[in-house]
Write a protein that binds this ligand. Structure first.
Ligand code: A3P
Ligand code: MG
Length: 269
């Protein structure tokens, strides 16, 4: 498990697990939802826990020795250098509203960073995965293929933000850029769109949790992008002491932008 090449294989094993959960989510979305708000004010419904059960069962069978931290109910206590972070339904509000952007996120974390991950968006029929060398999208009608970020160009510079959760610092940050386009999108597919070269930046100073970002962090990083805190360092995972909350972050496709422009901008927010 410490051999890095095996992370490619693990990412390919995680994909069908996320797809199985996604299939269940699609079925449940057709039924009436019992929704309620969690302590953090975000919604949940029976789909979150049903999808979580499927994923946890599969991970425990295939990887019995690896502890799991999952959004809804699972908090293994023996978290060591290697563990899974699971968001069985990312974009729950979108799911409840009948949207198509929700996804399933699974990431394997080693020493604070993701090393194998998958994001599956069942309505979009797309699965993105990353390991040590693998960084692919799988579509229903297309062959699996490698994905890569695009160069940032002013005439098409596109920012992605959350569709439902905004904050003033993110707005101040984005106001410093001459944006060609801005799209509001639910769920971690924001990372995947940048990884595919369909957008350029995703800024999020509002609250997110580690399971919201770990899988997308690796996919975007392996596609050539960068995900970083305001000080330019990578996001770290496994922060039990902060209840697995993330600090603010900036995700970009073109790394040259990070090196040249972002450090100066972030100090002025
Ligand atoms: N106040 C808050 N506390 C914790 N997490 C929050 C939050 N507000 C938003 N989030 C996180 O933001 C995610 C959705 O953001 P977006 O719509 O941009 O994808 C939610 O994922 P879930 O849907 O998995 O709960 C949730 O984890
Ligand atoms: Mg969730």
């Amino acid at each position: 498990m410490t051999i890095s090449s095996s992370f490619d294989q693990i990412s390919k094993e995680l994909a069908p697990i996320a797809q199985q959960a996604g299939q269940l989510l699609m079925q449940i979305q057709q039924q009436p939802q019992n929704t309620h708000k969690k302590d953090d004010g975000t919604p949940t419904c029976q789909a979150d826990t049903a999808a979580e059960a499927v994923i946890i069962d599969a991970l425990r069978q295939r990887f019995p020795d690896i502890p799991i931290i999952s959004e809804e109910r699972v908090r293994d206590t023996n978290i060591r250098s290697l563990f899974f972070l699971v968001d069985p339904l990312d974009g729950t509000a979108d799911f409840i509203d009948g949207g198509t952007e929700f996804c399933v996120n699974i990431a394997l974390i080693e020493n604070g960073r993701p090393v194998a991950s998958v994001i599956h968006a069942p309505c979009l029929e797309k699965t993105w995965l990353a390991g040590e060398t693998v960084c692919e999208v799988w579509g229903k009608t297309t062959e699996p293929h490698h994905i890569a970020t695009r160069i940032a160009l002013p005439e098409r510079f596109t920012a992605l933000t959350s569709n439902r959760y905004g904050d003033e610092t993110t707005e101040r940050f984005l106001n410093k850029f001459p944006l060609a386009e801005r799209q509001r999108i639910s769920s971690a597919i924001k990372f995947c769109l940048i990884a595919e070269g369909a957008a350029d930046i995703y800024v999020r100073y509002g609250r997110t949790m580690e399971w919201d970002t770990a899988a997308g962090d690796l996919i975007l990083t392996k596609a050539g992008g960068q995900v970083m805190k305001a000080d330019g360092t990578p996001l770290l995972y496994g922060k039990a002491e902060s209840n697995y909350a993330n600090p603010g972050f900036i995700a970009i496709g073109d790394r040259a932008l990070a090196q040249d422009i972002l450090p100066e901008l972030t100090t002025r927010i």
